[in-house]
Design a binder for this molecule. Sequence first.
Ligand SMILES: C[S@@+](CC[C@H](N)C(=O)[O-])C[C@H]1O[C@@H](n2cnc3c(N)ncnc32)[C@H](O)[C@@H]1O
Length: 281
Amino acid sequence: MSSITVREALQGLAQALSPHSETAPLDAQRALAHLLGRSPAWVLAHPEACLSSPQVAQLQDWLRRLQTGEPLPYVLGEWEFYGRPFYVTPAVLIPRPETETLVDAALRALSTRPSPRVVDVGTGSGCIALTLALERPGLTVWATDVSWDALQVARRNRARYGLQNRVHLVQASLLTPLVGPWDVVVANLPYIPSPDLTHLPVARWEPRRALDGGPDGTRWIRGLLVQLADRLQRPGGQAFLEIAPSQDSILREQVQRLLPGAAVEVLPDLAAMPRVLWIRL
Ligand SMILES: C[S@@+](CC[C@H](N)C(=O)[O-])C[C@H]1O[C@@H](n2cnc3c(N)ncnc32)[C@H](O)[C@@H]1O
């Protein structure tokens, strides 16, 4: 196998990524940095450096997978969330930047409480629960998921950050075995309407369980609201639930019906889209 340069590898990666990514050149730098164990800045500064034979073989395997449309995070086996890498496999949703809005809001709420009881519902890779624990030393977080395979990924991420004593992983539907009361509940549950999944490209690669929110997309979020009525600390409990922008008014109405007297707001994400349902009892 002939050797290839960093410049050629970047070109190949960007070409393979461009049909599936609007940020193909950046993603290519990120992928090559990962392959070489260097920073993206080093990659840019060394276009003439040559890849070793094992690196070329790995690159060819990645190119083949990327050309099928497989998302880069699954190819790399990890993705960044809130500035830190998290392992990902096709058993978990790829962490999204809009979910960082939910983390920011929850951290603001946590900053005013001495030893809050916190739970992350539908933890997937564990990115929300682990980030809260990393950003707030001393905080203990419980995290649930129905998927055993997803919990295995969360477990690996928990070990990566040495948080075995502060993040407890539980296989459960919503909050079912966890009675509370909880001071802060965070959740990024599936919220895509089932009929939309048939034509969405994400559904080809990411787990259906992580995406499918039932007929109108709100099945799991409504289920959690029902449980919050007697599991969120009164007064003072807060919940931060990620939603689709189109669910803004229907879910506000549901909060008013299921949690009478609760204050409810919808916080925008970085793209100014309604994204986080913020409930205060
Ligand atoms: C949209 S993904 C979010 C994963 C992760 N929290 C994140 O933000 O990247 C939703 C997660 O909820 C889990 N899930 C689906 N239904 C659930 C339920 N009834 N109870 C608990 N978890 C559920 C899925 O397995 C999936 O891991």
